[in-house]
Design a protein around this ligand. Structure first.
Ligand SMILES: Nc1ncnc2c1ncn2[C@@H]1O[C@H](COP(=O)(O)OP(=O)(O)O)[C@@H](O)[C@H]1O
Ligand SMILES: [Mg+2]
Length: 228
């Protein structure tokens, strides 16, 4: 089967003044196209650092990252921005929506960078908001939406350019358990539609939605288990 992601010996250090902080200490990871993966591990174990690398929001100190057969470690900032916009949808714990912007325009924004016409942006954003269950909230701004609805907008924004990989860093971390389940059902649908889904969580009930669970400890993979 085809690996959408291949990581070899990934190291990530941060320089804090004179001190070097060693966060990822040699990660090897293959992810097959269409996998549904949860990343777990204690706070500070390096989950978000790894997700930022996977999402091309950051580059490693050492090792190689191959995404869809392309060596990300060698890309320029422009190439990274381009691959991020085309291949990756990122969902964050704190939603990260533009506050004074409607749900429709939040979802349409990534298509501006992709150079799509205004008319096509609106049509596609309406379609995606309908898919995430917000057809009656398109003109609402984030502060006029519940937490779960805001996260739906963020999921819609992540999906709008039809990326092959959806990354979500604790997407239910700010939601109650009922709303968390609704958001996880959305990720289940996204996975069922053929996408690769990778999410970070520290809730076992959330991780149970995934088909494979990786546990990080102190910047290394402690275990890697396929459930089904
Ligand atoms: N930009 C940075 N500069 C220095 N240290 C960092 C930076 N980003 C993360 N770290 C450190 O890396 C460790 C792992 O962080 P993180 O990946 O956010 O963990 P997790 O998401 O598993 O809670 C923490 O000790 C954190 O302080
Ligand atoms: Mg984190």
């Amino acid at each position: 089967m085809e690996n959408v992601i291949e990581i070899r010996g990934i190291i990530r250090n941060f320089q804090l003044g004179q001190e070097t902080v060693y966060v990822l200490k040699g990660i090897d990871l293959d992810i097959i196209r269409g996998e549904y993966l949860a990343i777990m591990g204690p706070s500070g174990s390096g989950k978000s650092t790894l997700m930022n690398l996977l999402g091309c929001l950051d580059t490693p100190t050492g090792g190689t990252y191959t995404l869809n057969g392309n060596d990300v470690s060698k890309m320029t900032d422009n190439e990274l921005a381009d691959i991020r916009n085309r291949e990756i949808g990122f969902v964050f714990q704190t939603f990260n929506l533009l506050p004074r912007t409607t749900a429709l325009d939040n979802v349409a924004l990534p298509m501006v960078y992709a150079g799509i016409s205004k008319k096509d942006r609106t049509t596609r954003a309406e379609e995606v908001l309908t898919d995430v269950g917000l057809s009656d909230r398109m003109d609402h701004k984030p502060n006029q939406l519940s937490g779960g609805q805001r996260q739906r907008v963020a999921v819609g924004r992540a999906l709008v350019n039809k990326p092959s990989i959806i990354l979500a860093d604790e997407p239910t971390g700010n939601l109650d358990s009922k709303t968390s389940l609704e958001i996880m059902q959305l990720f289940d649908e996204i996975h069922a539609a053929g996408n690769t889904v990778i999410l970070v969580t520290h809730e076992e009930e959330v991780a149970e939605h995934a088909h494979r669970v990786i546990r990080l400890r102190d910047g290394m993979i402690e275990s890697d288990v396929r459930n089904r």
